[in-house]
Design a protein around this ligand. Structure first.
Ligand SMILES: C[S@@+](CC[C@H](N)C(=O)[O-])C[C@H]1O[C@@H](n2cnc3c(N)ncnc32)[C@H](O)[C@@H]1O
Length: 321
């Protein structure tokens, strides 16, 4: 049974996570809505958590933005801020980054790390007011056995294999919501940004097609990516039963900053290097053969249109009932 590891550490993820950084900006409306509508506690701290925070660059911006908006509502408010990721995450790097310029979130703030899987509660009951999970909940808790995978991603598999992964994704999503329901206060706000799909439009599908081709050429053993991009229906289905109400849902297609740069300067080599580094930052712990990334870079430079990492991105906000 394959389990997932974390991202490439030693700052590599942080240096190659511009795409994920873009997602914070594109969800600014929901961050503002959550910060202005959440009930502040009569006493004690506001609990904030970022689930799947990785090495911290984007997490610091995200949590910092929420703290700033909430302080505008109540200047003397205290905060508990939890950065969560899997045990293999580079937590040393995360804390070095957080404290590089002194106390990260100002006075009366307590910063903690949690290395529990977000498929379980990561904080005591009713302690969190706003919870964010960016570019992380499409990672499954583990990969169920798929006898003959015809591609690395569920969307490139036959119906039977696809159904096995869909069932795992449904169990994981429900576990995720139930865990949040325990640790969030009533009225608490959950903001999710994740890869998704709309019909046949699936996050990163052209890149996965290229990856399948490369693995075939390398005679790589069968491999199943522990990722599932959910549809709107799959995301919304268990909300009510798990104690959440949908406040906002949208799916948008986004190109990457590298593709935008390519359109301006036409530099295919720089484009392919940046795009491959972005992919490597999260894929290398699972597929470590360096030839994969050499071939990917080469092919992406040859055919940027046919191989790019187009994002189908879900931005969703739920409130705890
Ligand atoms: C692509 S990174 C996103 C990091 C950051 N949120 C950002 O937007 O840049 C996904 C992160 O989710 C973490 N992750 C995946 N599954 C997890 C789980 N079950 N519990 C906690 N973290 C998890 C990974 O270790 C990784 O650091």
């Amino acid at each position: 049974m394959a389990t997932i590891t974390s991202m490439v550490g030693d700052g590599f993820y942080d240096r190659h996570s511009h795409v994920q950084a873009q997602f914070i900006l594109s969800s600014a409306d929901q961050l503002e809505r959550a910060a202005s509508s959440v009930s502040l506690p009569e006493q004690g701290p506001v609990g904030l958590a970022d689930l799947g925070s990785s090495e911290g660059k984007n997490s610091l911006v995200l949590m910092g933005h929420l703290v700033e908006m909430l302080r505008r509502r109540r200047a003397e408010q205290s905060f508990l801020i939890i950065h969560n990721d899997l045990p293999a995450n580079n937590f040393n790097g995360l804390f070095q980054k957080l404290y590089a310029q002194g106390k990260p979130y100002g006075p009366d703030s307590w910063v903690m790390a949690s290395a529990a899987s977000f498929y379980e509660p990561i904080s005591p009951p009713q302690t969190l007011h706003i919870v964010c999970c960016y570019s992380a909940v499409h990672w499954l808790s583990h990969v169920p056995k798929i006898p003959n995978p015809s591609g690395v991603l569920f969307a490139r598999m036959d119906a039977k294999s696809r159904a096995i992964l869909a069932a795992q994704a449904a169990r994981d999503w429900e576990a995720f919501l139930r865990a949040r329901a325990q640790e969030m206060v009533p009225g608490g706000q959950l903001i999710i940004v994740t890869g998704g799909r709309e019909g046949e439009d699936v996050a990163g599908i052209k890149m996965y097609r290229l990856l399948d081709q490369i693995l075939k050429e390398l005679s790589h053993p069968p491999f199943v990516m522990p990722i599932y991009y959910r549809s709107r229906e799959e995301i919304v289905a268990p909300l009510d039963a798990c104690g959440f109400k949908c406040e906002h849902f949208r799916i948008q297609s986004l190109s990457t900053p590298f593709a935008e740069q390519l359109a301006i300067n036409g530099d295919r080599i720089a484009y392919a290097r940046a795009t491959t580094s972005f992919v490597r930052a999260w894929m290398e712990p699972l597929l470590p053969d360096p030839r994969i990334y050499e071939m990917m870079e080469e092919r992406m430079a040859e055919d940027p249109e046919g191989t790019g990492v187009d994002n189908v991105q879900v931005i969703a906000a739920f409130s705890r009932l």
